[in-house]
Design a protein around this ligand. Structure first.
Ligand SMILES: [Zn+2]
Ligand SMILES: [Zn+2]
Ligand SMILES: [Zn+2]
Length: 314
């Protein structure tokens, strides 16, 4: 068997780096949170611990997702990186709920945290998370993007902790600490839920955003000899690699040469529309559609028996 030189953008290394950094920092935060009696820091510690679990699973799954197709998963293992994104979201949601349960009662009985300690941890948080964000810049997978976004929010969160700790150095306003932890948590939760929605949309085989199905069909139908299209289905493997299947009806006088030319045209059109794995079934106009209408509701007959058959010859 020959050597298969296959170039794939490897997000795994970046996620592995972020995982180790996060785990070490979560432990430091835990100790720091207890020492400073700051709920905002404790919230971040639990949060970062959750992140570490999420990053660890994302790391393993992202590596798995680079595996090529086999007889068990014929499309390859791309979708396993989506599973990582769902697990990440689950961990972060659970962690956020826990933080809210701790922070809300503290609003009514605030305790003064140790401001200089908070300040030192906030600076460390900005440096560590900032380094991880820089490492993940340019990664394109759904998983890596979600992780990068998340770390970016962590940096902003630490910037807020920094600001609050500076205020607490000069003023006794202990309620700022639980208040900040609630704001950070609510913000992160909102983003995670939005991302989870996108990931579930991919799992449920929704049409990917920015995919213009009408435009694709219009372009296919504009080709010589093509009378119509039906059973056009588009879904996405992982948010970046889209799969298309469609049936194209051609007039019954199309020759072998015409069909070969059409296939080249189709390939160019589908590539232009960002489809990375497409399957086109070509049917002659006097042929029955072999799928029919019942499986998905596509009307195969609408583009058959077109009276203009003769006019479309070229
Ligand atoms: Zn169909
Ligand atoms: Zn294939
Ligand atoms: Zn058909």
């Amino acid at each position: 068997m020959g050597h298969d030189h296959h170039h794939v953008h490897d997000d795994s290394g970046s996620i592995g780096f972020a995982f180790i950094l996060n785990l070490v920092f979560a432990i430091i935060e835990f100790i720091g949170g207890i020492y400073t009696n700051s709920l905002a820091i404790m919230a971040d510690a639990i949060h970062d611990l959750g992140d570490s679990v999420a990053l660890g699973s994302a790391w393993l799954l992202e590596r798995l997702s680079l595996k090529r197709g086999d007889r068990f998963f014929t499309y390859g293992y791309r979708r396993f990186s989506l599973l990582g994104a769902v697990i990440s979201a689950g961990v972060i949601i659970a962690g956020s709920v826990f933080i809210l349960f701790k922070a809300v009662p503290r609003l009514f009985s605030p305790e003064l945290p140790h401001a200089p300690g908070m300040l030192a941890l906030a600076v460390a948080g900005i440096v560590v998370n900032g380094a991880a964000v820089l490492r993940l810049r340019g990664a394109s997978g759904m998983n890596a993007r979600m992780v990068a976004w998340h770390l970016m929010e962590d940096v902003l969160g630490w910037a807020a902790v920094l600001a609050v700790s500076v205020v607490l150095l000069f003023r006794d306003i202990p309620v700022l600490d639980p208040l900040l932890s609630i704001i950070i948590t609510a913000y992160i939760l909102a983003n995670v839920l939005r991302n989870l929605g996108k990931t579930l949309g991919i799992f449920l085989q929704g049409v990917p955003a920015n995919t213009d199905i009408e435009g694709i069909e219009r372009d296919l139908r504009a080709c010589a000899h093509v009378l119509g299209t039906h059973h056009t289905h588009v879904w996405s493997m992982d948010g970046t690699r889209h799969v298309l299947t469609t049936h194209v009806v051609v007039d019954s006088c199309a020759t072998r040469e015409d069909i070969l030319q059409l296939k080249e045209r189709f390939r160019a059109i589908l590539a232009k529309h960002g489809m990375s794995h497409s399957t086109v079934e070509i049917e002659y106009s006097d042929e029955e559609c072999r799928i029919g209408d019942d499986t998905c509701g596509s009307d195969a007959r609408s583009c058959r028996a077109v009276p203009g058959d003769r006019d479309k010859r070229s």
